[in-house]
Write a protein that binds this ligand. Structure first.
Ligand SMILES: Nc1nc2c(ncn2[C@@H]2O[C@H](COP(=O)(O)OP(=O)(O)OP(=O)(O)O)[C@@H](O)[C@H]2O)c(=O)[nH]1
Ligand SMILES: [Mg+2]
Length: 407
């Protein structure tokens, strides 16, 4: 590769070479082309790579046409494809008695502008849209109402695989009943909401029977359940194992821990139609009583999609939706800085990420050739400090990060 190229261009080219799949190759080659400075010394590189790009695009078109022809009529609408680089948010609701939905399609259409969504008409199959919030993308999926047993197993399989659930409860009808129905159904299928897995480690061993260890003061409170735990381990199918318990357990948490199908999902409640008269008291009552259905804490956002006098749609109560989703997933936003300035699009990284994690997320070469980084951080008094850091420095939400490499 020519030495006339900038570091950004070289990185983009390396990403193109490393890329798997035609979409990624196209994307990175386009990025490379936009990074190459356009002058006499680079014109050949540009031309060569533009040709490669057009060939790739033609190949992609052929592949897509072939796929379409093959799958015509056989595609399963319940097998929603995960959109890369997005956070998947799944909308679920109870099946309503009065035949009117809780407002999933209305909200999906409003958030994403997806034209195939038809509010007011029952949605029998998943509908998908992309919600773009401050340059973070969410793939929002409306699932048909639960208790529609026809496709329930497919819906549950999707729920098990999604990143976060939004439970939509219609405030104009009894939200507590809807919540109870949904939580019971999910619990019956070993899907547990807003809680960490029980802190119990099950390690298979070659011999020695079953060894139980209670590893904390809290855990020791459950020593009187040893016999039951041993039975659970046998029922689980282990003859030789070490079981390490780090918390006070109950029959319920043991059941969760020894069920191979248990999954743990974050969830937020969207209490819909908050504009309808007299729903405020339903909302207040629900807030008070929700803990009788499930003891783990829930975020409850009262929301509504209403119309202005000029007929324009106005969304209420969702201003912090994107933020809340990131919080529930323990994710935060940081921004990279290069010669071109601070990137508009954030990098979304887990809490407790280090500069090393950020470098790796950008590109593995940047991590391996890492020299140092500057972190620009806004302090309480709104002034910005510049911190020189190594790979192990912990980043915080909203940090601006400039990484310097050895090449
Ligand atoms: N007043 C009011 N009505 C709403 C709101 N959101 C939805 N509706 C109405 O509720 C009805 C059902 O809305 P949908 O968005 O189709 O509900 P859904 O959950 O997609 O319904 P299904 O797909 O049948 O499960 C429609 O008539 C909407 O106009 C809201 O915020 N306020
Ligand atoms: Mg719908």
């Amino acid at each position: 590769m020519s030495s006339n190229l900038t570091l950004e261009a070289k990185l983009a080219y390396q990403r193109y070479l490393d890329a798997n799949g035609i979409d990624a190759r196209i994307q990175y080659l386009q990025e490379f082309l936009s990074e190459v400075p356009k002058h006499k010394a680079t014109e050949k590189i540009v031309a060569l790579n533009k040709t490669k790009l057009s060939k790739l695009k033609a190949e992609k078109e052929t592949i897509e046409l072939r796929k379409k022809a093959l799958s015509a009529g056989s595609e399963d609408p319940f097998a929603v494809k995960r959109e890369p680089h997005t956070i998947q948010v799944m909308m679920i609701s109870d099946l309503m008695d009065k035949g009117q939905g809780v407002g999933k399609s209305t909200l999906l259409k409003n958030l994403t502008g997806e034209s195939s969504v038809k509010p007011g008409i029952y949605t029998p199959e998943p509908k998908v849209g992309i919600y773009d919030w401050e340059h973070v993308k969410f793939q929002v999926i409306e699932m048909p109402s639960l208790q529609n047993s026809l496709n329930l197993s497919k819906i549950l399989a999707s729920i098990r695989n999604t990143d976060i659930l939004t439970i939509l409860l219609d405030l104009s009808q009894n939200p507590l009943v809807q919540f109870n129905n949904i939580v019971s159904l999910l619990t019956d299928h070993n899907i547990f909401l807003n809680r960490a897995p029980p802190n119990i480690k099950i390690e298979r061993t070659g011999s020695g029977g079953i060894q139980l260890f209670f590893h904390s003061k809290e855990a020791k409170k459950s020593e009187n359940m040893s016999e039951f735990i041993l039975e659970m381990v046998k029922a689980y199918g282990l003859q030789n194992a070490t079981i390490k318990i780090y918390e006070e357990v109950t029959v319920e948490t043991l059941e969760m821990a020894f069920n191979r199908k248990s999954v743990y999902k974050p969830a937020i409640i969207l209490a819909t139609k908050a504009d309808v008269a007299n729903t405020k008291k339903n909302y207040e009552l629900f807030k008070k009583k929700a803990s009788s259905v499930i003891s783990t804490p829930f975020e409850i956002l009262p929301v509504a999609v209403i119309y202005s006098s000029t007929g324009e749609q106005i969304r209420k109560g969702m201003d912090h939706f994107g933020e809340k989703i990131l919080q529930h997933l323990n994710l935060m936003r940081v921004y990279t800085k290069s010669k071109k300035g601070v990137a508009e699009k954030p990098l979304v990284v887990p809490y407790e990420s280090t500069i090393g994690d950020v470098a790796l997320k950008i590109h593995k070469d940047l991590y391996h050739a890492f020299k140092f980084a500057y972190v620009y951080r806004v302090k309480g008094n709104h002034s910005t400090t510049r911190i020189r850091t190594g790979l192990n420095f912990l980043v915080q939400e909203d940090d601006v990060i400039e990484i310097f490499s050895r090449f």
